[in-house]
Ligand binder design. Structure first.
Ligand SMILES: *Cc1c(COP(=O)(O)O)cnc(C)c1O
Length: 507
């Protein structure tokens, strides 16, 4: 739950040196916000007993982990003070509404008695949190605002920096993000781009892949993997998947190599890496590029090395549903080669180098500075979120076993640590997947199918001449898999609810 902390609560907490309520509001389960306009009021109150600079530093320390909510100028101007409430309190009500918070915590509940918002006192908080956690009746796949309190102050700072600078495309924020993502992926270079799809396209272009060339990839992946191959004029050559990891079958990859093969595009699906050692051996032997589709796998590891550093190129997406997501579209290509890095930087801007001189044809693959800023604000939290996802996966594992459901469900297996669980995928036996999905949805447990149709069966790839039965493991996976809510913000109680509902479906 998320609450606005009324200035009375903060002033009293600091004056009495009793920070219990503030501490409770920087938990995974509850977050606290303070209205920016109230900071000066709190400071004035504290200054009655403290020197101004002491009051300031005490306030700053006490608000660690509390997000500062700012209304826009228009919102402030549109909010009239009422006869029952002073201006600041009217703004507090407006903040709770605008930020969709669960209520206000105050020492003066009577002030807000006539408002529509939920009002509680600090001593009521523990019980309310307990009751709220116990009464799970909904499990969304994703709840992006749940992580806002963690990132808000930094994200807002980044947005303001960019807007005030007037520098919106590429520039210093993007350079900083590239540096930090490269370090995170343990590679020397990274190029920020407009999406994961453009990351794939840019890598293919930098590898000089085009008409007449073949690129081997999995048939069981998001469309962009093969779509980007086709957009270069090359031919995607599909292989089936390993039934345990859902990733490309290495033996079939070997068998699919022809004199026209230029690259292999392994997809680290759901957040677990492809078995890269035999793939790297194949690539070396046949002089092929390896372009990792790591769009679901930032932070994933294979034999101690991070995704993005396992091939010639690592392609990442910062679509909002990925483990590291922007407030819009963005992507990144990582590489260990300085030549490929330099080439991608030129291709990203229409092959232009120097300005208005073009030696090659590239595209507009630029990332904007606002997205880079948001991602800079989020990146320091990524490892924590990966740990939360992994803990959630382990919890499902334990709960499903305890519930005796493993005859009905095949649980995902971490074959190559570490899996980062962009998705938690179970297989549902005996043709019951769609019925289970419908039932869970009816019980407000969100679940999804990734992906219902393999790429070799897509209409737009008809001319590749595939038919049903060509890749039986992928087709089977399309009919059996179901993704359950596993994101970092999903609580243990929500998982228990999801497992309980799954159990009632099977009993
Ligand atoms: C998300 C995703 C992409 C595409 O990324 P966008 O940022 O949406 O363009 C490509 N491949 C895979 C496997 C993905 O999951």
């Amino acid at each position: 739950m998320q609450f606005l902390l009324h200035h009375t609560v903060i002033t009293q907490a600091i004056s009495n040196n009793d920070l219990k309520t503030l501490k409770q509001c920087r938990d995974k389960k509850s977050a606290g916000w303070v209205l920016s306009n109230s900071l000066t009021t709190i400071h004035s109150d504290l200054s009655k007993t403290l020197k101004a600079d002491e009051a300031h530093s005490t306030l700053k320390d006490a608000l660690q982990g509390i997000a500062v909510a700012s209304l826009t100028g228009s919102e402030i101007l549109e909010t009239p003070p009422s006869s029952k409430m002073d201006y600041l309190d009217s703004l507090a009500v407006r903040t709770v509404e605008k930020f969709k918070l669960d209520g206000i915590i105050t020492l003066q509940p009577e002030i807000f008695a006539d408002s529509e918002i939920r009002v509680l006192q600090p001593n009521e908080l523990p019980q309310i949190l307990k009751d709220d956690l116990a009464k799970v009746n909904k499990v969304p796949l994703l709840n992006i605002p749940a992580t806002f309190p963690q990132i808000w102050n930094d994200a807002e700072q980044e947005i303001s920096d960019v807007v005030r600078s007037g520098y919106f495309i590429l520039g210093p924020k993007v350079a900083e993000l590239e540096k930090q993502v490269a370090a995170y992926c343990q590679v020397p270079y990274a190029v920020g781009v407009s999406s994961g799809t453009d990351a794939l396209l840019l890598a293919l272009m930098a590898a000089d892949i085009g008409p007449g060339d073949e690129v081997i990839t999995s048939t069981y992946t998001f469309f962009a993997t093969a779509g980007s191959i086709v957009r270069t004029g090359a031919k995607p050559v599909f292989v089936d998947i390993d039934p345990v990891t859902f990733n490309m079958n290495i033996e079939q990859t070997k068998a699919a190599i022809t004199p026209n093969t230029k690259a292999i595009m392994p997809v680290h699906l759901y957040g677990q890496c492809v078995d890269m050692t035999p793939l790297q051996d194949l690539a070396k032997q046949h002089k092929l590029h390896v372009i990792e589709d790591a769009c679901q796998a930032i932070g994933s590891e294979y034999e101690g090395k991070r995704a993005g550093g396992l091939g010639d190129f690592g392609c990442f997406s910062f679509f909002p549903t990925k483990n590291l997501g922007g407030f819009g579209d963005a992507g990144m290509v990582t590489t260990r080669s300085v030549e490929l890095y330099e080439k991608m930087k030129v291709l990203r801007v229409h092959g232009m180098e120097p300005k208005y001189y073009h030696k090659m044809v590239g595209g507009n693959f630029r990332i904007d500075a606002l997205q880079a800023g948001i991602l800079l604000a989020k990146l320091p939290h990524l490892e924590g979120w990966v740990s939360d996802r992994r803990a959630n996966a382990q919890r499902y594992h334990d709960l499903f076993k305890k519930a005796g459901l493993t005859d009905h469900l095949t649980l995902p297996k971490e074959v190559f640590p570490r899996h980062v669980y962009n998705q938690y995928i179970v297989r549902v036996a005996n043709g019951k997947r769609d019925a289970l999905r419908e039932y869970l949805n009816s019980q407000n447990v969100a679940c999804e199918i990734y992906y219902p149709v393999s790429l070799h069966q897509q209409e737009c790839f008809e001319d590749l001449g595939h038919k049903q039965g060509d890749f039986p493991e992928a087709e089977k996976a399309s009919a059996e898999t179901l993704a359950l809510p596993v994101a970092n913000e999903v609580t243990a109680e929500q998982q228990e609810y999801a497992v309980e509902k799954t159990k009632s479906f099977f009993s």
